[in-house]
Design a protein around this ligand. Structure first.
Ligand code: NI
Length: 180
């Protein structure tokens, strides 16, 4: 078991466009996937992109928040693995929600995202995979795919007023819930 170090805000790997994965079945990529899955579970995150572990590759993992099951069970399931993902919004509807990022510890933001998306890519076996996502799952996928393009959720904030430290996020929650 190898837990990977997570790159933090300021490291250039988080700002670069990642390169396509040539062959998901390459043993080095398989090891990277295994290590990313273990690292995500260890930090209790919802998603992780390869640039966050200093690998500039178009590869992400995300908890299966699409499945109609309890959070405890989702945590026990293997995450979705997506290499070379592509994303397409379904409709114009945007929805704001709270996001954090393992590379930006201690902060939360109120971030607008597409409510529904369609995604496709290649799974951990190298097979094509496609699906639709909405709500939290769509949010996580948009957040992780952004990482592959060097985009952080900070770039998606409407205003710096939509950012707070964890210890002060209740102020932001109060304001955003008043706004509906
Ligand atoms: Ni992130």
């Amino acid at each position: 078991m190898t837990l990977l170090k997570i790159a933090r805000l300021g490291h250039p790997v988080l700002l670069a466009r990642a390169a396509p994965v040539v062959d998901v079945r390459d043993p080095a990529i398989q090891t990277l996937i295994t290590d990313m899955v273990e690292t995500l579970a260890d930090v209790r995150g919802r998603g992780l992109a390869a640039p966050q572990v200093y690998r500039g590759l178009r590869l992400l993992i995300a908890l299966r928040l699409d499945l109609e099951t309890e959070r405890e069970k989702v945590l026990a399931l293997p995450p979705l693995v997506l290499a070379n993902p592509q994303l397409e919004p379904r409709g114009d509807e945007m929805v704001s929600g709270f996001e954090g990022c393992l590379s930006i510890p201690g902060l939360r933001g109120w971030v607008p995202r597409h409510r529904r998306i369609r995604y496709r890519g290649v799974d951990h076996r190298g097979a094509p995979v496609a699906g639709e996502a909405e709500g939290d799952f769509a949010r996580v996928l948009q957040h992780e795919i952004d990482h592959l393009d060097g985009i952080l959720y900070l770039d998606r904030l409407k205003s710096a007023a939509d950012l707070a430290f964890d210890s002060d996020v209740h102020h932001l929650e109060a304001r955003t819930s008043n706004a509906g």
